[in-house]
Design a protein around this ligand. Structure first.
Ligand SMILES: [Zn+2]
Ligand SMILES: [Zn+2]
Ligand SMILES: [Zn+2]
Length: 777
């Protein structure tokens, strides 16, 4: 595969990125309507909440202290008159000449347009927003909600079945419900509405009259349903159910006689009250059952994958198959430690809290204990506009100019810098200044000065050079060998390793080895739209599948005559992922503050449903029959849960920050000369000049480190740590055989708060500090 790849075209990369970020931008739009009650949580806000995954945060390098930042602050505030020419107003929708969206990218343009729309949403947006909330259900009236069974009867009288009321109200609690019926005249229509109103269906607030739709033919109802695209449709007409089976995910066919099931996604019941599918939890649950149904026969395999290592059964298996590979986890950790050449530590089973990392030799204060390589990691989608990094090792790539140019380009489009923190904050500091009025006053009051697009483009394309950037050389970016124009690498070796370990299955380019690039695109979009932890889970699954295939090939080469122990090979491939402590995501995720505890069940259900949707999309993209067990909802939930419980922030310091600090530290004469050129760029970047690469990653050895509120080690990035690896440094002297601990939280917090935070990790801390505090409390 890895044929030598050309440097990416900035245009194409940007178009791609905008496409990917469209969901993100849409999210920004939707957050304008943000609400805090569970009822109104759509999948996006759930994802956003879920995205607040607990993570061990790296302490920043000593040099990046607030003092440094403060020192820079006043400088940017002083806007020199001469820089104002460079900071000429750029038209907001102007696109640099060489970047043309015309051929393929009306979609990208739409996103840009959407973003620049006035903050007040249009009616259409509000309606769309409303429609996207929760699950949608459509239901006919006759024979389901009403006693009557024909339009003719409705001309005479309309009777709402009283038993149905409670179910309806329950459905509207979680779902967007539409009622529809065929009527013969306007009078029937009025009668129906009157009857529904008298029954109290509109008073609960869940259903409004506008959502009761009337038509004059049965076909009319079919087209209503198809236009509304509900998750569930409830009907009594078997023909309609059959016709809709291809288009609608699930249907409930209400019928007095038990008809034969016409399609796997059509369920039958005598009434909605009696239907197993009528409760909203079931409405979502049924779908999950359909996922787990397939996996019934895999339950043994699934539980083997979830079993902690070493398992006796497996050892027996491995012996009986005389497999040379040792399944023992101690052996595995030994290999890991050797491969990372950090021989001062050992992973041991400890009686109280499972695995732990122990010192094998003595460590002095500030000494490096461990540099742990990423098993799987991702840069946050929103961070991609801020930093261009290697998709495998997360080293910054390109050049200082390219990093700055790219970032300013996105910033001018309103995409950069608004990604973390809430929008109100960015509005205050002038980030959102794209309507004419704010732009004008922003120029005088804000310290963000935009540069002409030509300048930004020439910086991005390497036509313009800044002084002293040769002191900060970065590897030139290599495009993905699969030609997706979304992944870039610092070297051939990173490109190849990424391709072999996960990207070949997850690449959206023409050489992708996925089953369906279209499905893959949908999966990625959904993840960006909800929670990018799904991308991490997909990487773990792709990693396991590819490892499995490799092991199988090796095995076939060596022992061609024996049948391949599929299950054993899969377990072996899975081992790196298996070592992480796991719980199912929807069980372990912390309940967000703004979700009422009484809504916890519904919240967890929605989280589970979100995972279920994501898994279905992933299956369509990379399913492998031989690794079927990996695609069970249980495994998927456990992988995500593992990231939830074990992840570590992925941070890499930006060379752009270093560059500006370097300029700042130059001797006066040189500094003045250099700043004449660099100051407009620093001014345009504002505080974001120091944005680092941010993401989430799983580090196999670091994840074995236990927590203590008086830790003897910390995650800490030193000046020389320029890629995504986890770095663990001794906080004090550590003696041989002592357990190495880090703090998962801010250990300076009061006891009660610490315990509350740690409860999210699923344990209560009994470190010396906690024991002492507990005795006082
Ligand atoms: Zn790399
Ligand atoms: Zn690719
Ligand atoms: Zn503690």
């Amino acid at each position: 595969m890895a044929e030598s790849s050309s440097s990416p075209s900035p245009t194409e990369e940007i178009v791609r990125l905008i496409k990917r970020l469209s969901a993100y931008v849409a999210f920004k739009m939707s957050s304008l309507f943000s609400t805090s009650t569970i009822r109104k949580l759509d999948s996006r806000s759930i994802g956003a909440i879920a995205g607040l995954a607990i993570a061990v945060i790296f302490t920043w390098r000593a040099i990046r202290t607030p003092r440094e930042r403060q020192r820079r602050q006043p400088k940017r505030r002083i806007q020199s008159a001469e820089s104002s020419s460079a900071a000429a107003q750029s038209s907001l929708t102007s696109i640099p000449p060489e970047v043309s969206f015309s051929h393929e990218d009306t979609a990208a343009q739409d996103v840009v347009d959407q973003f620049f729309q006035p903050v007040k949403p249009t009616l259409g947006q509000i309606v769309r927003q409303k429609l996207s909330e929760g699950r949608k259900v459509t239901c006919r009236l006759l024979g389901v909600i009403l006693e009557e069974s024909s339009p003719e009867e409705l001309q005479k009288q309309v009777t709402v079945r009283s038993s149905v009321l409670e179910v309806l109200l329950e459905i509207t609690k979680y779902c967007d419900l539409y009622l529809m019926e065929r009527v013969l005249d306007d009078e029937s229509e009025a009668k129906v509405l009157q009857a529904l109103e008298s029954a109290g269906i509109f008073t609960s607030g869940g259903l409004v009259k506008d959502k009761v739709l009337f038509c004059s033919t049965e076909i009319g109802r079919t087209s209503f349903v198809r236009q509304l695209e509900p998750d569930w449709h409830i009907d009594t007409n078997p023909e309609i159910s059959t016709q809709l089976a291809r288009f609608i995910k699930y249907q409930l066919h209400v019928s007095a006689v038990k008809p034969e099931r016409t399609a796997p996604n059509v369920f039958t019941s005598q009434s909605i009250e009696q239907s197993k599918a009528s409760s909203p939890e079931k409405l979502t649950g049924a779908r999950m059952d359909s996922v787990s149904e397939i996996n019934d026969n895999l339950s043994v395999e699934v539980s083997a994958l979830l079993a902690p290592l070493p398992s006796l059964q497996l050892q027996a298996l491995s012996l009986s198959l005389s497999c040379r590979r040792n399944i023992d986890s101690r052996e595995y950790f030994k290999q890991l430690i050797t491969s990372r050449s950090c021989n001062g530590i050992e992973v041991k089973q400890n009686l109280s809290n499972g695995k732990g990392v122990y010192a094998n030799s003595e460590f002095q204060e500030d000494e490096l204990i461990l540099k742990d390589q990423i098993l799987v990691g991702i840069q946050h989608s929103s961070n991609k506009v801020d930093c261009l990094v290697c998709s495998f090792c997360f080293l910054f790539i390109g050049s200082v100019e390219k990093q700055i140019g790219r970032k300013l380009y996105f910033k001018n489009m309103g995409l950069s810098g608004c990604c973390d923190g809430d929008s109100s904050e960015s509005e205050e500091d002038g980030c959102v200044k794209y309507n004419g009025k704010q732009e004008q006053c922003g120029a005088s009051s804000s310290n963000h000065k935009s540069l002409p697009q030509e300048v930004v483009s020439s910086l991005m394309n390497g036509e313009m050079a800044l002084p002293y950037t040769d002191k900060f050389p970065l590897p030139s970016p290599l495009s993905c060998p699969g030609r997706c124009q979304e992944a870039f690498y610092c070297s051939e070796s990173c490109a190849q390793k990424d391709w072999e370990t996960s990207h070949s299955l997850l690449c959206t380019g023409e050489r992708s080895e996925s089953i369906s690039r279209e499905a893959l695109g949908e999966f990625i979009q959904h993840a960006n739209d909800t929670n990018d932890i799904f991308l991490l889970a997909a990487k773990a699954i792709a990693f396991t599948i590819l490892k499995y295939r490799k092991l199988k090939a090796e095995y076939l080469n060596k022992q061609a005559k024996q049948s391949v122990p599929k299950q054993l090979l899969l377990l072996e491939a899975w081992k790196p992922v298996s070592i992480g402590y796991k719980r199912r995501w929807w069980d372990c995720i912390a309940l967000p503050d703004d979700v009422d505890p009484s809504d916890e069940g519904a919240f967890r259900m929605q989280i589970k449903d979100l995972a279920c949707t994501s898994l279905e999309l992933l299956k369509a993209a990379i399913f492998d029959k031989e690794c079927e067990a990996l695609f069970s909802l249980d495994i998927y939930g456990n992988i995500i849960g593992m990231f939830e419980l074990n992840n570590l922030d992925l941070v890499v310091a930006s060379p752009v920050e270093d560059y500006f600090l370097y300029i700042d530290d130059l001797p006066d004469a040189e500094k003045e000369e250099a700043e004449e050129i660099t100051r407009p760029f620093l001014d345009a970047l504002g505080d974001e000049y120091s944005d680092c690469c941010q993401g989430t990653a799983f580090f196999p050895l670091q994840s074995c480190m236990n927590h203590s509120c008086c830790p003897n080690a910390k995650a800490f990035k030193r000046e020389e740590d320029r890629d995504g690896q986890a770095v663990i440094i001794a906080l004090r002297q550590i003696s041989k055989n002592e357990e190495v601990t880090i703090s998962y939280i801010d250990e300076e917090l009061p006891y009660i708060e610490r315990q509350a935070l740690l409860a999210d990790y699923g344990f209560s801390c009994k470190c010396p500090k906690c024991l002492q505090d507990a005795s006082v409390v």
